[in-house]
Design a protein around this ligand. Sequence first.
Ligand code: B1M
Length: 209
Amino acid sequence: SDLFEKISGCLLEREAGKIQGLVKQALDAGLAPKDILNKGLLAGMSEVGVLFKEGELFVPEVLLAAKTMALGMETLGPELKDGEAPKKGKVVLATVKGDLHDIGIKLVGLMLEGAGYEVINMGLDVPPETIVKAVAGHQPKILGLCALLTTTLGAMKDSMEALREAGLYNNVKVIVGGAVVTDNYAKDIGAHYAADAVRAVDLADQLAG
Ligand code: B1M
């Protein structure tokens, strides 16, 4: 459908005012929410990433693209949930200290909610001590951590160490993800790795079950 192209184009052009109308149009046209996400929003964001890397887009433009993406996800979010999912327990999510990328973790949160988890998203740039407090306070089954920068991987490890020091490591299963995270890195720091939001839900189901 050319609506997918219009949606990804809207992200590239950073037309924040138009995205919600387009997503709604796609939903009304009967397109599957998952396709709207993958072929529209995520396809657009990945092109933005390429242009950013090549130096053709700059931070303020990418921020606007991210804002556009967030608005699109707001409209799409309720449609990604399948109404009567069973209640599966709590998940605490955070993007680690120093890292200002929060679109991926929001997406992971949406999918987990859709699958029946109660999601507490602590947002971005969350220091280890705040993560520890959230785990102690909410006692979630799962803690999900996200890092998108090579320079913030260390903060992910620090968060795991803080969890151990607080004696909470054995109380919660930790899932980590984000562009720079690998399966090996996850193992090194004592966590489980999910490559994308769909796999994060599968893994949560395995670990929480
Ligand atoms: Co930044 N940025 N950025 N950026 N940015 C990247 C990550 C980068 C790869 C771009 C590039 O160079 N090609 C690069 C990192 C390189 C590296 O370190 N290896 C980069 C850089 C360098 C930077 C700055 C340093 C740029 C600068 O200032 N010079 C700066 C750092 C700021 C900081 O964090 N301290 C910066 C800033 C920004 C913005 C603020 C402008 C903006 C973020 C806005 C926001 O999030 N609110 C931004 C964006 C948007 C991007 C790109 C273009 C897109 C990221 C995104 O939202 N993707 C990105 C390029 C790229 O990734 N190709 C880039 C869509 C999202 C759905 O995907 O987050 O990967 P993602 O999530 C995926 C999976 O990773 C996984 O599931 C999701 C999909 O299913 N996943 C998990 C994520 N979290 C998970 C957790 C899980 C499981 C799976 O379990 C808990």
